[in-house]
Design a protein around this ligand. Sequence first.
Ligand code: FES
Length: 76
Amino acid sequence: MIVCHCHGVTDREIRACVQNGARTPTDVGDHCGASTGCGGCTELVAEIVHGERRRLCMVKSDVAAAPRAQSSAMAG
Ligand code: FES
């Protein structure tokens, strides 16, 4: 879905920016131009950035928890 019509940026591109290290909507704008034109997409870009960051944190915490679950299962 195109999120930023000024620059033709999709939600997938915004998520990819976050996966590649962008931490803020400004970082995303620096990388792909999203929300650097009319500003009409600014709130949606911020929502997508924060949602993807939350998702990545959950994935990382799941990965971090996995070895503990395995080792406690082995001990018990
Ligand atoms: S629609 Fe994104 S800056 Fe205009």
